[in-house]
Every structure is written in C-alpha cells, then in structure tokens.
Design a protein around this ligand. Structure first.
Ligand code: AQP
Length: 335
C-alpha cells in the first residue's frame, strides 16, 4: 500500500504524423488525453514521427504534418507546462532502446500483430514491405518503457501492441531484473473505434482519407458534406444499436462530443429523421473543431514558438529517458 501511494503514476500516448489527424484520432485519443493529463502525476504525448516513416512519406509533407499534429495536440487543450509534448525523433534514446528490445522480441509474436498484417495487405510498393513496419510494435514498447508509463490510453487498434509491450517488459524484467514498469492499456469507454463514414465496417484512418474520413482541418462546408453522405440504413428510428453500424457510429460520435447519455439522445431525436441527426452532428463537430482550428492556424504561422515548445518538451523527456536507457544497458551488461 505504502509503495503504491508513493509511486508516481505516468500516462503516455503517441500519435503518428502519417497524415492529417482525423475525427477518430480526436474522439478516440486526443480529446481523451486532455482529461487524463490532470489525473496522473506525469502525462507524456509524443508525436511519433519514426513510426510514421514505417510507410513511405513525402519528406516535405511529413515535416508539415509533424508540425500540424503537434499544433493540434496543443490546440486541443494539452497543456505544455503540465504535460510533456515532443517529437520522437528528437530523442535518440527511442531508437536505442528499441534495438535492445528487438533482441528479446520474437519473429512469431511480431508476425501475429494484426495491424502489421492489415498494413502489408494495403502496401502497394513494388519494393516490398519495410522491416520497420514489422518492428513497429518494438519501437512502441521503447516509447512506453523509457518513461516508465503505467497507463497507455489507445484506440482499439493499438491495444494488441500494448499487450505485446507488457510481454516484453515482463520478459526483460525476468531475464535482467526489474527494469521496466509493466504498462496497462486503457480504452475510452466509448469512441475507441470510430468508423469510416462511407464504410462503417472499417475504422476511420489517416491512410484512407476519402470522404468517409473527417479531417481535423476540414472546413465547416466539407464537414457538412461528408456527414450528409454518411452511410446509414433503411430504418427510420434513431436508436443505439451496434448492429446498425453506420447509424451507431454517428450516435457514438454524437454521444462523446455532446457528453449526453444514450437515453437523452434517443429522446432528443425521437420522431426526427437521419437527415436531422446528420445536420445536428455536423454542427456539433464544427462547434468543437472551430476554436481548435483557429488555434492551430496561429501555431502554424509561428513555427518558432512551436519549435521552442517542442524543444523544451524534448529536454524534459530526455532527462527521464536517459535514466531508463542507462539502467537497461547496465542490466544487460553493456559497459
Ligand atoms: N478510428 C479511430 N477511432 C478511435 N481511435 C483511433 N485512433 C486511430 N484511429 C482511430 C487512435 O488515435 C491514436 C493515434 O493513432 P496513430 O496516429 O498512432 O495511428 P493509427 O492508430 O494507425 O491511426 P490511423 O489514423 O489509422 O493512421 P494510419 O492510417 O497512418 O495507420 C491511437 O491511440 C489510435 O488508437
């Protein structure tokens, strides 16, 4: 009990600048982090650019997306004084610990990762699949371990990677002595898997930015259009039912963003049609995103300020990371 009470609780979660962040990233992750940063002793939110390059990126676009992703995190309400925000590649400790961890990871367990299997199916490169895509979860484990994170909030898609990190932490600790905290994945109760608006059987994703994906930079007009085209069904009543996938997805987004209960929402929409739900949902999204977009614009026009904030974050992060890395190297027997 005494040990638990003294332990600093750390929460960590990252986002890849592999595209423009979308409503799924916001509902499932970023907006959730904003509340979590006040519930833990330390909150850490890296922009994981080394993860983004596991699939081909255009260098100039990657640079812009990295800034944009950091700006979105800040504009959404992550406080850079209270939390640590930084760019993963600014800290060599991530790649270094990753290498150490690859030596205790097995081909079999990495082969079982569903995200890897999905991504290799989608890859169109004639050069084949990069090894980085395969070892992605090991880098993610390094991201988590360096800060001794107790809790890792993720969307449904990343849960398996945190489970793998747990196995790696336990394996390392067993082999070399207690070194890493074994992390727990936590999922937002609702909104951990926001689906594509045009195909509600697949998750909204940065790599599928058709009109089924609402980007956090979309204008009000584009948001309205995308919502109006969202796939529903031939029913008429507006009720929470996971079997009515398209409608359910819209209602879950509405629920998370409005903070209302299911019965309040069903009552509100009683006797109204899908068109009205889509119209109200579009206005709800626009109302939440507009102030964030204005703030993002300010950051993007003042990269010096953004650079300074990210540099400060990297400095604070590196202090923690170096300590863990030195301990891990020492435990392995490296001199
Ligand atoms: N559709 C989603 N619904 C809820 N949460 C989601 N997340 C991603 N998509 C959804 C969560 O957002 C956080 C940051 O995700 P990420 O950028 O690290 O990578 P990802 O999960 O691979 O996201 P994308 O958008 O699908 O990117 P691409 O297409 O590049 O792979 C994570 O917590 C994630 O779970």
């Amino acid at each position: 009990m005494i040990v638990l009470a003294c332990m600093k609780k750390v929460v960590l979660s990252g986002i890849k600048p592999s595209g423009i962040p979308h409503l799924g990233n916001y509902v499932g992750a970023i907006s959730y982090w904003v509340g979590l940063q006040n519930q833990y002793d330390q909150a850490i939110f890296p922009v994981v650019d080394l993860h983004a390059i596991t699939v081909p990126q255009t260098p100039k676009v990657l640079t812009e997306q990295t800034y944009l992703t950091a700006a979105i995190i800040l504009a959404s309400g992550i406080d850079p004084k209270r939390s640590i925000i930084f760019i993963q590649s600014h800290l060599p400790a991530h790649s270094e610990l990753m290498w150490l961890l690859t030596t205790i990871s097995t081909m079999g367990e990495l082969n079982r990762m569903t995200q890897y299997k999905d991504k290799i199916q989608k890859t169109s490169s004639t050069e084949g699949v990069g090894v980085g895509l395969f070892t992605y979860p090991v880098l993610m484990a390094a991201d988590i371990f360096l800060y001794q994170a107790n809790v890792v909030p993720v969307g449904e898609d990343q849960k398996q990677h945190v489970e793998l990190a747990r196995n790696l932490a336990e394996r390392f600790n067993k082999r070399f002595g207690k070194t890493f905290v074994v992390p727990e994945p936590i999922l937002r109760k609702e909104g951990a898997r926001i689906m594509d608006l045009l195909d509600p059987t697949k998750k909204m994703s940065k790599s599928d930015t058709d009109s089924g994906c609402i980007l956090l930079t979309d204008s009000p007009e584009v948001i309205r259009q995308k919502l109006m085209r969202a796939v529903t069904d031939s029913g008429t009543s507006i009720k929470f039912d996971p079997n009515r996938k398209g409608l359910h997805n819209l209602l879950i987004i509405y629920k998370v963003l409005s903070g209302k209960t299911e019965s309040q929402i069903e009552k509100h929409f009683a006797g109204k049609g899908y068109r009205e739900l889509k119209r109200e949902l579009a206005e709800l999204i626009i109302a939440q995103l507009s102030p964030i977009q204005k703030q993002v614009d300010r950051y993007m026009k003042n990269k010096k300020r953004l650079d300074a904030l990210l540099k400060d974050g990297a400095k604070r992060a590196d202090k923690i990371a170096q300590k863990t890395l030195a301990d891990a190297k020492h435990k392995i027997g490296l001199i």
